[in-house]
Design a protein around this ligand. Structure first.
Ligand code: NDP
Length: 264
């Protein structure tokens, strides 16, 4: 199926690893021009080199930008507009979770989670909105978590902040519909990517391999499909929602959790 995004411009925040990186690969495979950001120069450079290696003819912009720094986001948007002359799809992916129960969650972590989940979307949306308004296929797609609807005690701050993001995303979909901008999100379960790799590297029991370690997490948590997701799987959902394939869909939250979802 053709995603109808050839020569269109997609922006992915946090594209230097994991789900964001796989999303860029899919977008490029469909002929889109892409821009992505991250905070670490080395990770950006190696992601850019890998994408250029796979798609030597493609138009790709990589820029260092922390989505929580409003000025940096404005500069990123200006660079994208100058290079590509517009933006059709904004994919808000940058972020990470905070693992702690209530007793171990300091005030700073609450504030940071709230800031990351909300302003990680608000800053890019404000910066790219003038360009999205001019696109005839405009979309905003947010990476969110199943925690928004199914909170976990060991991620209390992230769960609450994710719920706020889901709430905001639905309101944005109503607010922006008259400008022709669709707003959707995906609700992730557990997906193999940078966050899990870092937790694997810091594990106390080093006897387990990656497949054993992730398989045990899936079993212990009761993921019906018996495994963590691969980053390509949420990337496919993001490509669908961001592209005109989902032209009659706005305000949706698509579950990508391997059946982990238990709410109605
Ligand atoms: P990764 O750590 O592999 O990727 C995160 C990406 O975001 C990196 O490119 C990172 O680059 C970038 N990033 C992080 N913070 C910022 C920031 N403030 N500004 C700009 N870029 C940033 O993780 P995932 O692929 O797993 O995560 C992608 C999204 O999915 C995140 O929002 C995460 O919270 C969410 N998610 C993931 C789940 C999972 O199981 N994997 C579950 C639920 C949600 P750099 O560090 O260089 O800035």
């Amino acid at each position: 199926m053709n995603a109808q995004i050839e020569d269109r411009v997609a922006v992915v925040t946090g594209g230097s690893s994991g789900i964001g990186f796989e999303t860029l690969r899919l977008l490029l495979g469909e002929g889109a021009k892409v821009a992505f950001c991250g905070r670490d120069d080395d990770r950006l450079a190696s992601a850019l080199a890998a994408l250029q290696g796979e798609y030597p003819e493609a138009e790709i912009l990589a820029q260092r930008c922390d989505v929580l720094q409003e000025e940096q986001v404005k500069q990123f948007a200006a660079a994208v507009a100058e290079r590509f002359g517009g933006v059709d799809m904004l994919i808000n992916n940058a972020g990470q979770g905070f693992v702690a129960h209530f007793a171990d969650t300091p005030r700073e972590a609450w504030l940071h989670e709230a800031e990351l989940k909300l302003f990680g979307v608000i800053n890019p949306l404000q910066a790219f909105l003038p360009w999205l308004e001019r696109s005839d296929i405009a979309s905003v797609t947010c990476v969110n978590s199943l925690l928004a609807l199914q909170p976990e005690e060991h991620m209390i701050a992230t769960s609450a902040a994710r719920a706020a993001l889901l709430n905001m995303t639905l309101t944005l979909s109503k607010d922006l519909v008259e400008k022709g901008i669709r707003v959707n999100s995906i609700l992730l379960g557990m997906v193999e990517s940078g966050q899990w790799r870092r937790r694997f590297e810091n594990r106390t029991d080093k006897s387990q391999s990656w497949p054993q370690w992730t398989g045990e997490i899936a079993r212990k948590r009761g993921i019906p499909m018996g495994r963590l997701g691969k980053p390509q799987e949420p990337a496919q959902a993001l490509l669908f929602l961001a592209s005109p394939l989902a032209s009659f869909t706005t305000g949706a939250a698509l579950d990508v959790s391997g059946g982990f979802c238990r709410h109605l």
